[in-house]
Design a protein around this ligand. Structure first.
Ligand SMILES: Cc1cc2nc3c(=O)[nH]c(=O)nc-3n(C[C@H](O)[C@H](O)[C@H](O)COP(=O)(O)O)c2cc1C
Length: 249
């Protein structure tokens, strides 16, 4: 872990925790481990969409007494259903992470510029990335939520935004505990207001995905201490994640 990344991550975690403490209490690792996730070992394998996370990985982590998430992102709901069935067959606790659709339209010119920039990388695989059509979708959000309501899992986590209150209600009724990834105190307060069970605090230096709610304004550094404190009451355990130096979303 890079030193400056570690420092800024610590700043972010402290900033969020300070916001929580002002009006309530922050969960310790013990609270998160035992009460929220129900595992013996205080280690969580983060979801990694796009292939790295598999039911085998989830089973391997679970068999060590730790907790792992399946990654529903970028997969059709049928594939997610199969992965849930495979993870459930182990009898070990696990969670499912879902990407919240972000209603930010893609700028066509920016998309074309980016596609041209990465075109060389596609060539060895026979891909013409520069000519790729622009596709906007919501990653099958409604179908994935319907699946999780129909076929509940112990924990559902959300990344890139907040679920609606109705989704929170339905998943709660189905018996799932809910977590939201947040990247600054304002996002933490908004998630707490929704009544979720816990927060996953992530720094702007996190690897793979920076889970900000506002991709149009990516931060290269975490918010300064106290930024966005709303005075609302995020009485939620916070689980720090993401200290590695890496790019944002
Ligand atoms: C290949 C890859 C895929 C990822 N996919 C997801 C994902 O589907 N959902 C999510 O919330 N975070 C995702 N992340 C972010 C991780 O959950 C985690 O926040 C990040 O890796 C920071 O932790 P680290 O610094 O220990 O790597 C991904 C990270 C990587 C490297």
């Amino acid at each position: 872990m890079n030193g400056s990344a570690a420092t800024s991550f610590t700043d972010l975690a402290l900033s969020i925790q300070a916001g929580c403490r002002r009006v309530g209490q922050t969960g310790s690792v013990e609270t998160v481990r035992s009460a929220l996730l129900g595992v013996d070992v205080p280690v969580v394998a983060a979801p990694m969409a796009g292939g790295p996370t598999t039911p085998r990985l989830v089973a391997a982590v679970g068999s060590c007494g730790a907790f792992a998430f399946l990654a529903a992102g970028y997969q059709p709901p049928e594939a997610v259903a199969e992965e849930i069935a495979a993870a459930r067959a182990t009898g070990l606790p696990f969670g499912v992470n879902v990407f919240v659709p972000t209603p930010v339209p893609v700028d066509d010119a920016a998309f074309r510029r980016y596609a041209a920039r990465i075109a060389d990388e596609g060539r060895p695989y026979g891909l013409d990335l520069a000519a790729a059509p622009r596709t906007e979708d919501d990653d099958h959000w409604a179908e994935k939520i319907a699946l999780l309501v129909r076929d509940p899992v112990p924990v559902v986590s959300f990344t890139f935004g907040l679920p609606t209150a109705a989704v929170v209600r339905d998943l709660r009724r189905a018996g799932s505990r809910l977590l939201v990834t947040v990247t600054d105190p304002a996002e933490a307060a908004a998630a707490a207001d929704l009544g979720v069970d816990g927060l996953v605090a992530q720094s702007g230096h996190a690897g793979g995905h920076y889970g900000t709610f506002t991709p149009g304004l990516p931060r290269t550094r975490p918010a300064p201490r106290g930024a966005g404190r709303s005075g609302r009451r995020p009485h939620r355990p916070a689980r720090p994640r993401g200290g590695r130096r890496g790019r944002g979303r």
